[in-house]
Write a protein of this length. Sequence first.
Length: 367
Amino acid sequence: MTADVRPLDLEPVARQLEEDLLARWRDLLRTTSFIGGAEVQSFETSFARFLGAEGCVGVANGTDALVVALKALDLQPGDEVLVPAFTFFATAEAVVWAGGIPRIVDIEPQTFNLSVEDAARRIGPRTVGVIGVHLYGTPCDLEGLQSLCAAHDLWLLEDAAQAHGARYRGRCVGTFGALATWSFYPSKNLGCFGDGGAVSGMDSDRLARVRSLANHGRTAHYHHGEVGTNSRLDALQAAVLNLRLPSLVDDNRRRAELVARYREGLAAVGDLTFLQVPQGTESVYHQLPVLTGRRDDLQVHLQGLGIGTGIHYPLPLHLQPALASMSDGDARPVSERAAETNLCLPIYAQLDEAAVDRVIDAIRDFF
């Protein structure tokens, strides 16, 4: 059965932007300014200002952002990087592509973000850094990770792919680590209509190296200081982001209102629990998971009523076949439990209260 309450529906956004976006795209067609140019420069400047960062470099996608950032942090073959077990595969994949070895860390049960305590246990002589993922739009323990990194001379890379506008102690994520990476995949809170990504940070010299690495290591036209890659945010997608960025704060606020409605309507229902948002942090609710031991049955029940859901993620990184050769064989029990119990409910800024109430009623009926 096709879901008529979708986990995500981009059609309202596309309709809202259509007229202005087509006008911008027609200008790009007339000027043939498809790579770089004013749209890309405008977005990089605006997004850096929004974050309070020194700068921002647009790249082709969020995975490239991670790879290029790792290269800019001088990751060497065989270097180890701590990554959370419960995240999208790209977090570890990028470490491998950049020549490193991901060392997989269990998560906190309250937030599903990386456990600083477990990370400390897994630091070894080849460990050079930590990737802190702001999972589902909730900032990870940045103070704890900064202290851990300072104590062991490690760098911190923020994977902020799901956290556009999230704040930690009054400050936007993406400004705490040595660098931060972003995805603008269409499903993100700030998404384009194709692939796109960026790297942000507070160090202008390091960002200049990111920009060079993403453009074939180029130092001048046809002069290359090091081997880089080809990863640039194109102007057509930058135009979408320029139109969507001014609405991001309001869109995130709307998500928070809908989450509050879900929480109120599903309080004390069955064995359902929600993840916590720690004091001093502001989540942007890229996803809204509920946790239940009856996850699979609940998903089937909702699907039968035309309500779409998602499972993010069904298999932790330490159990992924592609990473088996790098596994230490240890269990990550919190991550494994998270994979068995999480069910992400419909959540996006254009979702209306009636749809949320329909989901709430369907879940209450199930239990």
